[in-house]
Design a protein around this ligand. Structure first.
Ligand SMILES: [Zn+2]
Ligand SMILES: [Zn+2]
Length: 276
C-alpha cells in the first residue's frame, strides 16, 4: 500500500510556492484523491498548478473544522472541481469567533454562505460519527478529550443569540489511514489535542502503532509541560514520522525536532511525501 501526500497550503512554503496562514493537504490512497481542507484563500489552487496537480480529479473534500484558515479556499476549489461531496461535522456551520490581543473579537468561521457553496457544487455530508471513505480511509468523527492535559484554547468562541460561548470545537476531526505499516493520521488543527486525536484513531481501528502524524498540532501556545507530555505519548505510540504544520509553532517544532531527529520534518506548502 502506497500513500502520496501533497501539502498545498501551509504558513510557510518551499521555493516558489505561496504560503498563507492555513492548511490544505491532498492525499492519494486506495485509488482516490482526498482533499483535506482548502487553506485560507487561493494558495491551494495556485500551488497545485506549480505541482502539476489537477484539482478537477479529486474525489472528496474533507473539512477538519469550520475555521476560515481551513475552509476559505473552498470557493476557488469548487470553481475548478464543481460537484463534490464534502465530508464534515455539522458544527462547521456554527458562528465561530476568535479573540486576538490587537484586534479584539472577530468572526473566523467559513467565509461563505452554505447556499453559495452549494450553488457552486458542494454536497455537504455532515455527520458527527466517523465516515468510511474507502477500504482503508476514514474520518475520526468527534474526538473525545481524554488525555487529561490537552485543552481547547480559551480565545475561541461560538456566537448564539448575540452571546459568545466557549467553542467546544466538536467539529474538529482528522483523517485516518489504516495501513499494514501502522496508522497514518492527517491532522487539521488538532484543536481537541494531537494525542486525543491519535488515541481516537487507535480506538477506531483497534491498531496501536501510529506510523505517521502529519499536519497541524495546535501546540503553538502549549505549556512546556504539555509539550513534554505530548512527546512522551508520541514515543509510546511508536511514531516513525512526525511532519508538523501550521499551528505547531516554533517552540514546539524545535522541541519535537530535537526529540525525534530524522523522524521529524516541517510539512510546509510544496512538500510531497510517499509513504512508507
Ligand atoms: Zn482552527
Ligand atoms: Zn488552523
Amino acid at each position: 500500500m502506497e500513500i502520496k501526500i501533497h501539502t498545498l497550503t501551509e504558513n510557510t512554503a518551499n521555493y516558489g510556492f505561496l504560503a498563507e496562514w492555513g492548511l490544505s493537504i491532498l492525499v492519494e490512497v486506495d485509488g482516490m484523491r482526498i482533499l483535506m481542507d482548502t487553506g485560507l484563500s487561493f494558495s491551494a489552487v495556485h500551488n497545485t498548478q506549480l505541482m502539476g496537480i489537477d484539482l478537477s480529479t479529486i474525489d472528496r473534500i474533507v473539512l477538519s473544522h469550520g475555521h476560515a484558515d481551513h475552509t476559505g479556499g473552498l470557493r476557488e476549489v469548487l470553481k475548478i472541481k464543481g460537484e463534490t461531496e464534502i465530508i464534515a461535522h455539522p458544527d462547521i456551520w456554527t458562528a465561530k469567533y476568535v479573540e486576538r490581543d490587537q484586534e479584539g473579537v472577530k468572526y473566523c468561521g467559513i467565509p461563505y454562505s452554505r447556499e453559495e457553496l452549494e450553488s457552486r457544487g458542494a454536497h455537504f455530508n455532515l455527520v458527527r460519527e466517523p465516515v468510511h471513505i474507502s477500504d482503508n480511509v476514514m474520518t475520526t468523527g468527534e474526538i473525545p478529550m481524554l488525555s487529561g492535559y490537552e485543552e481547547i484554547e480559551n480565545n475561541l468562541f461560538v456566537k448564539e443569540d448575540d452571546l459568545l460561548h466557549p467553542d467546544p470545537l466538536a467539529d474538529d476531526l482528522a483523517l485516518v489511514i489504516d495501513t499494514e505499516f501502522g496508522l497514518v493520521v492527517i491532522l487539521g488543527c488538532a484543536h481537541r489535542g494531537i494525542i486525543n486525536t491519535l488515541r481516537r484513531a487507535q480506538n477506531l481501528t483497534g491498531k496501536e502503532l501510529v506510523y505517521a502524524a502529519i499536519g497541524g498540532t495546535h501546540l503553538f501556545r502549549a505549556s512546556k509541560e504539555r509539550i513534554e507530555k505530548t512527546i512522551a505519548d508520541l514515543r509510546e505510540m511508536g511514531i516513525q514520522k512526525i511532519g508538523v504544520s501550521h499551528c505547531t509553532g516554533f517552540r514546539a517544532s524545535a522541541r519535537l525536532a530535537q526529540e525525534f531527529g530524522d523522524a521529524f520534518f516541517l510539512n510546509n506548502a510544496g512538500t510531497r511525501l510517499t509513504l512508507p
